[in-house]
Design a protein around this ligand. Structure first.
Ligand code: NAP
Length: 324
């Protein structure tokens, strides 16, 4: 299948820097797998790797990068400050830089607008005596963002952004931000297309990045009949449709795979026609809305389809049973 040259291969962030339109996801890439996945991706032409401290595999990602032999300046590396580091953002960044074996990131994100307080139960997934997550409800996310802004002056990050931020949370942040986030990385695929968030972020100059673009592990998307029909019509796989969907609407897309043939395939995108884009954009609103990644912090994150305002069926945030 030829690579479609009608589509952009990179997007411009509000910093003026370019970000490759397709990046390799690394969440749930198991130890022993992710180094080879990164090496294969880089040899196949990827230049963008999406990671996070909480994936606990950044050292291996760093080894893959080193063994690829690709010069650092040709790569676009993203990582994320984890929830238990909202009061120590610079410390979290230093850990990531050391693991990756680099002295800067192209993009650093606030992973979730949720601060958790590390305690003796765990430095990363701390819980309270009743089993609920150890969340600091009094924490002001504007303080986390102030620390992110300060990182820009150190040269250790070239751009800063957020992840899992809904419109109400962005509105709150906008009251004090000096630097507008370069991106907002959120769950995005046709069953959760978040058209309102995309419009809001575009208006503010914030690029959306689509995570779980294929529907993550055991995806409900790959066997969806409407999607299979669009794939058949275009003579490509459902995965190619899902990745192409995002690039066609100006969204950065982060498919994860540790399978060499899929890694290579996932770099290919096709131009979709208006009918297909309409169907894809409207699937969620037409009754198929579904999230695949809803970690229960016991916290209203402001997404109307999740626990948020306007969802009469949603449990009150305080009533949510928090899973270990
Ligand atoms: N910011 C956040 O909170 C957040 C949350 C979730 C994810 N993310 C980021 O987004 C990335 C992508 O999300 P994700 O990993 O959850 O899920 P995903 O990319 O939607 O799906 C990954 C799954 O699809 C399979 N797959 C990959 N390519 C395929 C293809 N061409 N055909 C069929 N199956 C294919 C993979 O299997 P194999 O690997 O076995 O090939 C894996 O099981 C993550 O890795 C991470 O970097 C960020």
């Amino acid at each position: 299948m030829p690579v479609n040259t009608e589509l952009p291969t990179q997007f411009r962030m509000n910093t003026g820097a370019y970000i490759p339109a397709v990046g390799l996801g690394t969440w749930q890439a198991k130890p022993g797998e992710v180094k080879d996945a990164v090496k294969h991706a880089l040899s196949a032409g990827y230049r963008h790797i999406d990671g996070a401290l909480i994936y606990q595999n950044e050292e291996e990602v760093g080894e893959g990068i080193k063994e690829s032999g690709i010069p650092r300046e040709k790569l676009f590396l993203t990582s994320k400050v984890w929830n238990t580091y909202h009061d120590r953002v610079a410390e979290c960044l230093d850990k990531t830089l050391e693991s990756l074996g680099t002295d800067y990131l192209d993009l650093y994100l606030v992973h979730w607008p949720v601060r958790m307080v590390a305690n003796e139960t765990s430095p990363l997934f701390p819980t309270n005596p009743d089993g609920s997550r150890s969340v600091d409800r009094s924490w002001n996310q504007q303080e986390t963002w102030r620390q992110m802004e300060a990182l820009l002056e150190t040269g250790k990050v070239k751009a800063i952004g957020v992840s899992n931020w809904s419109i109400p949370y962005l509105e709150h942040l906008s009251q004090t931000w000096k630097v507008v986030p370069a991106v907002n990385q959120v769950e995005n695929h046709p069953l959760c297309s978040q058209n309102d968030l995309l419009a809001y972020c575009t208006d503010k100059g914030i690029l959306i990045e689509a995570y779980c673009p294929l529907g993550s592990t055991n995806s409900p998307l790959l066997k969806d009949e409407e999607l299979m029909k669009i794939a058949k019509k275009n003579g490509v796989s459902v995965a190619t449709i899902l990745i192409s969907y995002q690039v066609n609407r100006g969204v950065v897309v982060l498919p994860k795979s540790v399978t060499p043939s899929r890694i290579t395939d996932n770099l290919k995108t096709i131009k979709l026609d208006e009918d297909d884009m309409k169907t894809l954009n409207e699937m969620a609103a037409n009754g198929k809305q579904q999230r695949v990644n809803t970690p229960l912090f016991g916290w209203d994150l402001g997404f109307h389809d999740w626990y948020g305002v306007g969802n009469k069926d949603a449990p009150s945030p305080d009533a949510v049973t928090v899973k270990a």
